[in-house]
Design a protein around this ligand. Structure first.
Ligand SMILES: N[C@@H](CCC(=O)N[C@@H](CS)C(=O)NCC(=O)O)C(=O)O
Length: 319
């Protein structure tokens, strides 16, 4: 994000403020919303660096929907003009649906005078030629429940990351993890006053301690199964030691300093469908190269040398 872009997302106290997503339509299995779940109809625009897009990629992969819902991956380098497409860099793609150069131009097809942020993930309807939704928390709900008839295996169609009986607990955990951790790393890294930084980083580590406590007693965040709460936390944890710790000054501790959380990060990474969604090259280069105001010489740091594939031993845990 450029200096100019960065400035526009901080308030007068120098605190980072995330803006509301604009497209909030829902795909439904029965089609009642006007966006029926259909094979090959929808497209996801993502960045492999972005933790919010990462959630959507994980659910798409766990449910086996990669063929059903196509995907374009933006350039990891976000310029002053926002996200763009290239096929000249590893794992980046062109805009295979709308043939545009910039993601902003895709948003403008859906809304010609669009003046909001052009963020990933963006879920696109190829039939109606419009945006369905650009809010990751809602996109993962649709992928979790509305495409079950298209999942390749019975096991994948029966995976429910937001089961009815656990919803109140999942909603509760999501709410403080979003505020203090998922968004907390951004609030720490983009703070423009000492006070804004102190407040964000204090809340961040308080909530990480709270997560560590939960994970010392339970394999997953809620109940005895993988849920949406885990899928929403993991993208922040997997980026933490490589990027947020140094680049965003979240350096009170690393995730590897929390014994339960580091094993848990490996556990989620080793869950079927997850590891192939993690690209540490895109992650490191995006943040360190795009945020010129934080890292003006664009030097990409070397570490850390971590083995996320190492056995975690958490399968033996009772919840
Ligand atoms: N509320 C959105 C946030 C998405 C978001 O902020 N994505 C970032 C990438 S990590 C982005 O695309 N930023 C571009 C911009 O703000 O101009 C969601 O969760 O889907």
């Amino acid at each position: 994000m450029s200096r100019k872009l960065l400035h526009s997302v901080t308030n007068t106290n120098g605190a980072f403020v995330r803006s509301e997503s604009k497209f909030r339509n829902f795909i439904t299995a029965d089609g009642s919303s006007g966006f029926p779940a259909e094979a090959y109809r929808y497209h996801l625009y993502v960045s492999l660096a972005c933790p919010w897009a990462h959630r959507a990629l994980i659910v798409r992969s766990i449910k086996g929907l990669e063929d059903i819902i196509s995907c374009s991956v933006v350039d990891w380098f976000m310029t002053d003009k926002g996200w763009n497409f290239t096929d000249k860099k590893d794992k980046c793609t062109l805009d295979t649906v709308n043939g545009k150069e910039f993601l902003r131009q895709v948003y403008e097809i859906a809304s010609p005078n669009y003046d909001g942020r052009t963020t990933v993930p963006l879920l696109w309807d190829k039939t109606k030629k419009t945006a369905v939704n650009n809010e990751s928390s809602e996109i993962i709900r649709m992928l979790n429940s509305e495409f079950n008839t298209f999942c390749p295996t019975k096991e994948q169609s029966s995976i429910d990351l937001y089961p009815e009986k656990l919803r109140p607990q999942i909603d509760d955990v999501n709410s403080w993890i979003y505020t203090d951790i998922n968004n907390g790393v951004y609030k720490s890294g983009f703070a423009r006053t000492q006070e804004a930084y102190d407040s964000a980083v204090t809340a961040l580590f308080k909530s990480l301690d709270r997560v560590e406590d939960i994970l010392s007693k339970s394999r997953y965040l809620v109940g005895d199964q993988l849920t949406e709460a885990d899928i929403r936390l993991f993208p922040t944890l997997v980026r933490f030691d490589a990027v947020y710790h140094g680049h965003f000054k979240c350096n009170k501790k690393r995730i590897i300093d929390y014994p339960n959380m580091w094993k848990y990060t490996r556990d989620i990474y080793q869950t079927n469908g997850v590891s192939q969604t993690v690209d540490m090259y895109h992650i490191k280069w995006h943040y360190m190269y795009s945020h010129e105001s934080i890292n003006p010489y664009r030097i990409i740091s070397v570490g850390p040398d971590l083995d996320i594939s190492e056995p975690h031993g958490r399968e033996k845990m009772k919840s």
